[in-house]
Design a protein around this ligand. Structure first.
Ligand SMILES: Nc1ncnc2c1ncn2[C@@H]1O[C@H](COP(=O)(O)OP(=O)(O)O)[C@@H](O)[C@H]1O
Ligand SMILES: [Mg+2]
Length: 273
């Protein structure tokens, strides 16, 4: 049973049920002279899980950092719930209900697991509900209850990923951005984490945008997918249809060494923690 409120603030005049939760139009972001994403357009509908698939260096992390305000784009717009958030700073975007789980999880290593969770709730004023919500995330990830008093830095990589997702949930967001939840984890742990991500989406109605190199996992968990190569979206479709496409099967699910636009296969690092 979930105790977190799933009802969200009343829709503003700019937003209704058909307004996408998130919409990027022609977004271009760069690091100095290096254009990392070049004219990315995508949308995430309310209540769905969307995935951006792409190999190492494709620009996945840059897309998420641009959405959450860590990077300001050179061109294009980012809309959240029908409102332009392109030039907003990260804390304002968090307050609107968007949480970013960064690559490599980035928990506070010297704080306890419980204090990490409380950090996730810092924008909230409803103390009793926060206490109940800690119980809810312990329901998703029971190992975190066992480790509640331990320093987060002592957790395994998989447990830190669970904590990072849980910390984002503590803000009771409408949209979660997930950067490569499978990175460095064993296939078994990856599967476990994806199952919970799907449960969170189904039970709470939380909209999720995830980016992944692990196309297999991402396609199975998501409703809609985008394929990113060299900073550009080269293909998009429902995940059911993407799974059936030869390019995807061969390159992203494992049999060919060139992608849709001639992108070379990356060397998979097997550094499981
Ligand atoms: N801080 C940075 N400074 C310069 N170039 C960067 C920086 N971060 C990423 N890049 C470059 O931008 C491109 C996209 O990177 P990134 O978004 O991290 O890709 P992904 O997450 O798909 O692996 C890559 O070519 C990468 O080398
Ligand atoms: Mg990345």
């Amino acid at each position: 049973m979930t105790t977190m409120p799933t009802g969200q603030p009343a829709a503003t005049s700019a937003a209704n049920d058909e307004t996408p939760m998130l919409r990027l139009q022609n977004v271009e972001s760069a690091y100095g002279p290096i254009k990392a994403i070049r004219g990315v357009s995508l949308q995430v509908r309310r209540g769905e899980i969307a995935a951006v698939l792409g190999s190492n260096g494709a620009g996945k992390t840059t897309i998420l950092k641009t959405i959450s305000g860590i990077i300001d784009p050179r061109k294009g717009t980012v809309e959240f719930k029908g409102e332009d958030i392109t030039a907003n700073d990260p804390s304002a975007i968090v307050r609107r209900g968007l949480m970013h789980v960064p690559e490599g999880r980035e928990v506070f290593p010297l704080l306890s697991v419980r204090d990490n969770l409380l950090m996730g709730a810092y924008t909230r004023r409803d103390g009793d509900a926060v206490a109940r919500d800690i119980e809810t995330v312990f329901g998703y990830f029971p190992i975190l209850r066992e480790r509640a008093a331990q320093d987060a830095g002592l957790l395994s990589g998989g447990q830190q990923q669970m904590l990072a997702i849980s910390r984002a949930l503590m803000a009771n967001p409408e949209l979660i951005l997930l950067d490569e939840p499978s990175l460095g984890l064993s296939p078994k742990l990856t599967k476990e984490i994806f199952e919970i991500v799907v449960r969170i989406n189904r039970e709470r109605g939380t909209t999720i945008l995830l980016v992944e190199q692990n196309a297999n996992m991402a396609l199975n968990a998501s409703d809609y997918g985008y394929v990113l190569e060299n900073g550009r979206i080269v293909m998009e479709d429902s995940c059911d249809r993407l799974r059936e496409k030869d390019d995807i099967k061969e390159f992203y699910l494992g049999m060919k060494d060139e992608g849709v636009r001639g992108e070379r296969r990356w060397k998979k690092k097997k550094t499981w923690r």
